[in-house]
Design a binder for this molecule. Structure first.
Ligand code: ZN
Length: 349
């Protein structure tokens, strides 16, 4: 017997499914009228990162009275039940089994806080799966009763939410959850371990058991025979060969002016190594000290052809010169002054 009437059980079934659930004050009285039969779920993203929060979903926005959905799902996976009655979330659209342009009276809306392009944290994604599974389980339906707003209203309104979620994969995950597959959340693959496989051809044996925290507490690293692998949430994991590492270490590692590595190093065969970091690029010829280029002088050198230009490789870092900066290269120097001009000068000996 299909459920009819308001889903008064919403908070209970979410909790039973293992979702951290908050009951927004007054949710049992909130709605634009009562449900008849509940067909299923329409999944949304809010369209902004960090907003709107549950209060706005409950109370509405200028020109559209709340509730705007029954459930708000935060980035950290906490679900807030804000309404038991009908909410204005679906608008015009069509889907087999639902009356055209009238999904609001037959579906439970979930607004997940996400701008649609920023990706989904494991916590939020799996909470989303569990919320949908909990509702389908209570209604006695399968995951085919969960549709995206983009499926309902992609044609009618050009909706694209929830962005970044393949609805068929999402329904497979929901169905697994309904089937009692209640799999533990798979941990994301360890990126340093993955990079160690990629770099296996040159980086040699691992010396660090597991990985170590960088002093800033944000990054991780592991030492290998011929280099290191550094990971930071903004850059991912990158290997740094010893030749580059020595120069980087001399500049204070990730806490220095360069920050974390952002790319693999490039090898200029039998000549040297080049590697980009967050705030500059290290160049080091084999058997010589390495130096870094950045900023206006770096831009000027790159535009001239970098190490292939007549200037050649850097032979110093930037240093103060005549109220501005200077950097030496193999054949000449580049001088910058506060007017913004960069010019080639005879290399000082
Ligand atoms: Zn939507």
């Amino acid at each position: 017997m299909a459920w009819t009437g308001d889903p008064v059980w919403l908070a209970d079934v979410l909790r039973a499914e293992g979702v951290a659930t908050v009951e927004y004050p007054g949710w049992r009285e909130r709605g634009h009228g009562d449900f008849g039969n509940v067909w299923g779920v329409v999944a949304h993203h809010t369209g902004a990162s960090g907003s709107p929060g549950p209060a706005m979903i409950a109370n509405g926005i200028s020109g559209l009275a709340g509730p705007l959905s029954q459930i708000h799902l935060a980035r950290n996976g906490v679900a807030t039940v804000v309404a038991v009655g009908v909410a204005w979330h679906a608008g015009q659209g069509a889907w087999p089994g639902l009356p055209t342009n009238n999904a609001n009276f037959h579906t439970i809306g979930i607004e997940a806080e996400n701008n649609g392009t920023e990706g989904w944290s494991a916590a939020q994604y799996w909470a989303y799966v569990k919320c949908c599974a909990a509702i389908c389980r209570k209604l006695g339906y399968g995951a085919d009763r969960v549709i995206g707003h983009k499926e309902w209203a992609g044609a009618a309104q050009g909706k694209w939410d929830p962005g970044g979620i393949d609805m068929n994969a999402f329904r497979r995950d929901i169905q697994n959850q309904i089937n009692g597959g209640a799999k533990p959340v798979p941990p994301p693959p360890n990126q340093i371990d993955e990079m160690a496989k990629v770099a296996a051809g040159w980086i040699g044996a691992r010396r660090t058991k597991g990985e170590l925290k960088t002093p800033d507490g944000k990054g991780r690293y592991a030492e290998f025979e011929r280099g290191y692998i550094y990971w930071h949430p903004d850059t991912g994991a990158r290997p740094v060969p010893l030749n580059i590492f020595e120069t980087w270490a001399g500049l204070g590692w990730e806490a220095g002016p360069l920050g974390y590595p952002t790319k693999h190093h490039a090898v200029v065969d039998k000549v040297g190594d080049i590697q980009a970091f967050q705030h500059g690029v290290i160049y080091r010829r084999y058997g010589q000290p390495g130096f870094w280029v950045h900023g206006v002088i770096g831009d000027s050198w790159f535009q001239r052809g970098a190490e292939n230009s007549p200037l050649g490789w850097p032979t110093s870092n930037e240093y103060d010169y005549d109220g501005g900066k200077m950097q030496d290269f193999e054949n000449d120097s580049l001088a910058w002054n506060p007017s913004g001009a960069v010019r080639i000068t005879r290399k000082k000996d």
